[in-house]
Design a protein around this ligand. Structure first.
Ligand code: C5P
Length: 221
């Protein structure tokens, strides 16, 4: 999943065209959605599957309504903050049930959170269990928490992992990073990659390198 954290429609569509069908999914997050809204989502949906990453966190009724609005946009993945609690998660899951093609995912602990890895793992597992019980399809977590979450919640519980960096690359504001081969070997279902591709001089080449590194992970796994 390439995070289209770009300023506007032109930049997003240019990136889509440069990456072509190497990439199956795009992630539309706050920057692009606040600027371009549902019209761009509709445009990107014609060629790719979409993860609408707006990380809803509000009272249960408001979050449920936002999840339903995301479902109406036809995106195939949307997320909420697990920290919103069991009632909020259940309301979101009930709303998402009307859109069977859309997966509802909970953010556990942001990959930028500097908390120690052991603590992040136990908080992420606890939040993943609450999300599972509330009827969600999976979580956003760092690669370092994938194995523990799969053990606690089952192999079919989806893990989406940002914080992906090639070895030796700049970490930027992320804290719990891992390389693509590690992510695949750990059992991550979806890798989210933003700046290592969208800020590369040659984004298509950067994406190819990441896909090749993922293949190494399959060989190891
Ligand atoms: O540029 P980079 O690869 O760090 O981008 C990661 C993307 O994943 C960003 O769009 C960020 O908003 C998102 N994300 C994250 N950590 C989470 C959830 C989403 O980094 N826990």
């Amino acid at each position: 999943m390439v995070a289209l954290d770009l300023p506007d429609r032109d930049a997003a569509l240019t990136m889509r065209d440069r990456l072509g069908d190497q990439v199956g999914w795009f992630k539309v997050g706050l920057r692009l959605f606040v600027r371009e809204g549902p019209a761009l989502v509709a445009e990107l949906r014609r060629s790719h599957r979409l993860f609408l990453d707006l990380k809803f966190h509000d009272i249960p009724n408001t979050v449920a309504q936002a999840v339903a609005s995301a479902g109406e946009l036809g995106v195939e993945m949307v997320n909420v903050h697990a920290g919103g609690g069991a009632a909020m998660l259940s309301a979101a899951a009930t709303a998402a049930a009307d859109f069977p093609r859309m997966r509802l995912i909970a953010v556990t602990v942001l990959t930028s959170d500097p908390m120690p890895r052991d603590q992040a793992r136990s908080v992420a597992v606890e939040r993943a269990r609450i999300a599972l019980d509330a009827g969600l399809d999976g979580v956003v977590c760092s690669v370092h928490e994938v194995a523990a979450i799969k053990t606690a919640c089952g192999a079919g519980f989806v893990t989406v992992t940002p914080g992906i960096r090639m070895q030796g690359a700049a970490v930027q504001d992320q804290a719990r990073v891992a390389d693509p081969a590690m992510a695949i070997a750990a059992g991550a279902d979806y890798l989210v990659v933003g700046r290592p591709i969208i800020q590369a001089a040659q984004p298509a080449e950067a994406a190819r390198r990441i896909l090749a590194a993922m293949q190494e992970g399959y060989a190891e796994g």
